[in-house]
Write a protein that binds this ligand. Sequence first.
Ligand SMILES: Nc1ncnc2c1ncn2[C@@H]1O[C@H](COP(=O)(O)OP(=O)(O)OP(=O)(O)O)[C@@H](O)[C@H]1O
Ligand SMILES: [Mg+2]
Length: 267
Amino acid sequence: MPLPTEAQGPGKFKAKPRFNPQRSVQENIRINAAWDSIRRIDLDPVHLEQHRIIGHLAQSEALAFDMMRTRLLQHMRDQGWRRVAITSPTAQCGKSTVALNLALSLQREPETRTVLLDMDLRRPSLGQMMGASGDCDLGPFLTGEARFDESAVRVGENLAVAANRKPVADAAKLIGGSYLPLSLRALEDTYAPDLMIFDTPPMLLTHDVMTLAKHVDCVLLVAGAEVTTPKQIDQCERDLAGQTQMLGVILNKCRHHGPGYGYGTYD
Ligand SMILES: Nc1ncnc2c1ncn2[C@@H]1O[C@H](COP(=O)(O)OP(=O)(O)OP(=O)(O)O)[C@@H](O)[C@H]1O
Ligand SMILES: [Mg+2]
């Protein structure tokens, strides 16, 4: 059962201040205030479960995502990377499910601030998946018509999610436009997230991912078991080479798995 949000008053939902010793006091105060300004919502665990979202559970079900989180964080920190796109060769391999599960697993890391962006502008699904489709709207932020705190919602203290209510018009133009890198940079400057996850469309079906590739540090490829072919994975790797780094491939929807959740990874 979701808790009422605004009815409880803003004070109840202030993000816990966090002080990074590498930043000045003023910087810390500014960043804490920025996170505070994002409206917090509570997610309905029943709705999440119906959509195969388990990353918020500090239980063994979420172990695969927790392991993915640990490896991802470690690698990205080592490399000084912050932006990761999640894609797949074709549709329905589980990109959005993986992206949201991973983000919720990261949310349980109190020291880490994460931003999840629904960059599948043509077929957004994250809002619906998390049961908050009416609450956030990334499109206006990407076009400069709204601030990020008007476009996103906060889950807990340290996860901001900006999904889309509806498909965004002129997706290709927006993704390829000169405003996008500026808005992403502004987002990083204001909120100083440790990680930004981009949920994206299928790579082999639109040009959007190739256009986005130059704005991210690395890509995680989700392969659908018994659907994605090695040839498609090769094709994606070849296309991305020189544009960004391939972090790894996640094999999703495995039928033969242990007590985990049907995910396997290899680098
Ligand atoms: N590990 C899994 N096992 C079984 N079903 C799964 C798994 N992961 C995702 N699914 C289901 O597969 C469907 C597609 O998932 P999802 O929307 O995450 O894929 P997608 O790659 O983002 O799709 P699209 O290309 O349309 O954006 C959903 O019904 C989802 O619940
Ligand atoms: Mg999707």
